[in-house]
Design a protein around this ligand. Structure first.
Ligand SMILES: [Zn+2]
Length: 325
């Protein structure tokens, strides 16, 4: 049996202009273990060796990609959430230099830094994150070459501008390929696997995330897309081409709807409650995740994420009501 073909059959490989591919692993062994990314194949007068952009797929698939398209000299990561971090070590083992943004870069080499850096240590033991890492087959990288969000990276004649989108996580970046006119949003929050199919939307389930920053990031992404590119790709979504701009309203609407849900539900709670108690009450209502259906340690993971999503909305609610007094 040709196992290479078997693995390639579970990949959706979309051809973009200028020998750039968007790659998506169709079936995955865990919900949080993969993100779509780009493979920039060799092109005359541009690059002799391929580079990979935030393509975090399972180890066998990375091997199949390298068998098919040849070696990859560099891998560029967008941020260190599990779905972007779990398998990066495989690219390193296959000879690629790994590039990642400060300060999250160090989470790729040390799971304990991942645990501390995203604030899990404030509510949970390290064993929770060890189980989460095992579920997603995470292994640490050995060496990372770091960059700062906003830096421009150059590989042979490939120009890769990194765009800070820090509403999602503190060093989360998107990428602009100006010559190829491609904007890769990574995890900004456009997550419709195909047009019309709904996803969760913008994700701010950590203390460091910010809804206000998110809204600025969406505006920023929209202006880059409208002014400089023809094609927009994401970590968990279908390809968008000019002149389609619906995705920006999709993301804004998701945030707006969640805010309305929180504003309305807060009115049913006693205003005397401390903010933490209000968040706990809202969390028990399973407003965003059906946690009553989730089993084992993942229930704690979801509750952690949702508590921060709720907290950010409750804070916005409070600011609004303070502003209106
Ligand atoms: Zn993320």
């Amino acid at each position: 049996m040709d196992t290479n073909k078997e693995f390639l059959d579970n990949l959706q490989i979309s051809q973009l202009p200028d020998n750039v591919l968007l790659i998506h692993q169709i079936k995955t062994s865990s919900q949080f273990s993969c993100s779509d990314g780009l493979l920039i194949l060799p092109k005359e007068n541009r690059n002799k060796v391929a580079i990979a952009i935030d393509l975090n797929i399972e180890p066998e698939y990375i091997q199949a990609i390298c068998n098919t398209y040849g070696p990859v000299s560099d891998f560029v990561n967008t941020h260190a959430h599990m779905d972007h971090a779990a398998h990066v070590y495989v690219w390193e083992q296959l000879g690629a230099t790994i590039h990642a943004p400060n300060p999250e870069a160090r989470y790729l080499t040390d799971l304990y830094q991942f645990y501390k850096g995203y604030g899990w240590d404030e509510k949970h033991d390290f064993s929770l994150i060890q189980q989460f890492a095992e579920l997603n087959r995470f292994k640490a990288c050995k060496n990372i070459k770091t960059f700062d969000p906003g830096d421009t990276l150059i590989f042979e004649n490939i120009i890769l501008e990194t765009i800070p989108f820090s509403g999602h996580s503190k060093s989360h970046v998107g990428f602009l390929l100006p010559a190829e006119k491609i904007l890769h949003l990574s995890c900004l929050g456009f997550d419709q696997p195909s047009p019309g199919i709904d996803g969760f939307g913008p994700w701010y389930g950590f203390k460091e995330s910010s809804i206000d920053q998110y809204l600025k990031d969406i505006d920023h992404a929209e202006s880059i897309y409208r002014e400089k590119t023809d094609i927009l790709t994401s970590a968990h979504a279908h390809i968008v081409r000019e002149p389609d701009t619906d995705i920006f309203d999709y993301m804004r609407q998701k945030i707006h709807t969640r805010q309305q849900i929180i504003d309305q539900t807060l009115r049913t709670l006693s205003p005397q409650l401390e903010i933490e108690d209000r968040v706990s009450k809202l969390l028990e209502m399973d407003l965003f995740f059906p946690k009553h259906r989730i089993k084992g340690f993942l229930k704690d993971i979801y509750a952690f994420w949702e508590s921060w999503i709720i907290m950010h909305h409750v804070e916005k609610s409070e600011n609004k009501s303070r502003g209106s007094v």
